[in-house]
Design a protein around this ligand. Structure first.
Ligand code: SAH
Ligand code: SF4
Ligand code: F3S
Length: 432
């Protein structure tokens, strides 16, 4: 057996793609390992979303150059969104790289490996051959109670700060039959929860099937307990999907619905194509369908032109909505995006101060939400052994991690738990 080490950066879709690449290379005799030392093949599955994410790749490649000196036949591939965005430039900057493969072309890895092994120079695949890759991929390998399933890929929204439309191409949905087939395979190999993935997952359109309809069909699969989906765009939150949160019992009460900013001027400059009040009204409708739903979001602070008043509007929106948790980032200039050349870029110190203020508010909301579960009896899906011996770790419907004393036999099952306390980022309870 040859050893394959895959290092994953970025979003859940990259995690899904990494698993697919490992499945794809298994028939070639590659077994996945969790350390780079001694690996015969190394894949860096990269992220281009912010400058820091992209720079990490080059520092990792610097380290790999030394490893390759000791093991000269080791193959190094750069996959993912940096591969797509920078293509041949990667090899120019880091000649240690043998292969560069974009997120839509990794089904071609086996032939690229064959070419690289024959030392026919560097291989580069960054075409967008639409959904071809999904047909070329083998059935998923086993493992894991909660698993990702990509149903939609790409983005046509062109928010002015974002590289995703350039790295992942335009919005495409997989056929419902293909999704249902993969879902059944995942459930057959132990999945009890599926997280449907897409850069704009709620824009899913499988030949007339909406995401709500897809979730209804998935809910019919016996053995599947829970369905989640991410990431959604506020503009694609259709009425039937809002209604599904009240009507589909397997659809979990948790929704990641990024808003980015609470200021109409900033939302406009970002090309989000909705106003802050549209988002407030949408959340009201979602909560009317499912009152206990946990709302989460992404925020960007320091977008070009963001004033103190704009930032205050973001804090106001956060207070109005009340989030269970959220991610927040300083705006990062991305080459080739419209916002990167906007005048009135915000000073670094201002970004730092705003991020701190926002994160303080979001952390308080998260703790409030978690504390609100204390004393409740909730269904928990157990995923893996806990940190302490004799513990098992699972998740509430709201995605909060919970640790309880219990048998490893609980893994893969839903059991009711009385929540007793909260620590920094998780809940603790007893089987009820
Ligand atoms: N499709 C999703 C987001 C994908 S990127 C959506 O529309 O919301 C994940 C998050 O990274 C974004 O929600 C945004 O908050 C953040 N992000 C994207 N580009 C960024 C940039 N240039 N600087 C800082 N954060 C960024
Ligand atoms: Fe990026 Fe906007 Fe598309 Fe989300 S919707 S992936 S933020 S361009
Ligand atoms: Fe990063 Fe690409 Fe995902 S840029 S966030 S890995 S879609």
């Amino acid at each position: 057996m040859k050893k394959l080490f895959v290092k994953t950066y970025g979003c859940q879709m990259n995690a899904y793609d990494s698993a697919k690449m490992a499945d794809l290379l298994a028939p070639l005799g590659y077994a996945a390992t969790d350390a780079p030392d001694g690996a015969d093949m190394m894949i860096l599955n990269t992220c281009h979303i912010r400058e820091k994410a992209a720079e990490k790749v080059y520092s990792e490649l610097g380290r790999l150059r030394r490893l390759k000196r000791e093991k000269s036949d080791m193959l190094i591939a750069v996959a993912g969104c940096v591969a797509q965005a920078e293509g041949a430039e990667i090899v120019a900057r880091a000649p240690v790289v043998d292969m560069v493969v974009g997120p839509q072309s990794y089904h071609r890895l086996p032939e690229m490996i064959a070419r690289a092994a024959r030392r026919q120079g560097h291989a580069l695949e960054t075409d967008f051959p639409a959904l071809e890759k999904f047909d070329a991929l083998p059935a998923p390998g086993g493992g894991g109670v909660s698993r990702f399933l990509t149903v939609q890929e790409g983005c046509d929204k062109f928010c002015t700060f974002c590289v995703v439309p350039y790295t992942r191409g335009s919005e495409l949905s997989r056929a419902p039959e293909a999704v249902l087939r993969e879902a059944r395979q995942l459930v057959d190999t132990g999945a009890r929860e599926l997280v449907l993935l897409g850069q704009n997952v709620n824009a899913y359109d499988g030949g007339g099937w909406s995401l709500a309809k897809l979730c209804d069909a998935l809910a019919e699969i016996e053995g599947l307990e829970r369905i989640r989906y991410t990431t959604s765009h506020p503009r694609d939150m259709a009425d039937d999907l809002v209604a599904a949160h009240g009507g589909n019992p397997k659809l979990m009460p948790y929704l990641h619905l990024p808003v980015q900013s609470g200021s109409d001027a900033v939302l406009e400059a970002m090309n989000r194509q909705h106003k802050a009040d549209d988002y407030r009204r949408l959340v009201d409708r979602i909560r009317a369908a499912r009152p206990d739903i946990a709302m989460t979001s992404d925020f960007i602070v320091g977008f070009p032109g963001e004033s103190d008043a704009d930032f205050e509007a973001t804090l106001r929106l956060v207070r109005d909505i009340g989030y269970a948790t959220a991610f927040s980032f300083k705006y990062s200039k991305r080459p080739g995006t419209p916002a990167s050349t906007m005048r009135k870029q915000v000073a670094e110190e201002v970004k730092t101060a705003r991020l701190e203020a926002l994160q303080k508010l979001l952390a308080a909301q998260q703790h409030g939400f978690d504390d609100g579960q204390i004393g409740k009896v909730l269904p928990v899906l157990f995923e893996k052994p806990g940190q302490q011996p004799g513990q098992v770790m699972g998740r509430t419907p709201y995605l909060q991690p919970v640790h309880v004393l219990g048998d490893a036999g609980l893994i893969g099952a839903v059991a009711t738990v009385r929540i007793e306390k909260r620590t920094a980022n998780s809940l603790h309870g007893v089987l009820a």
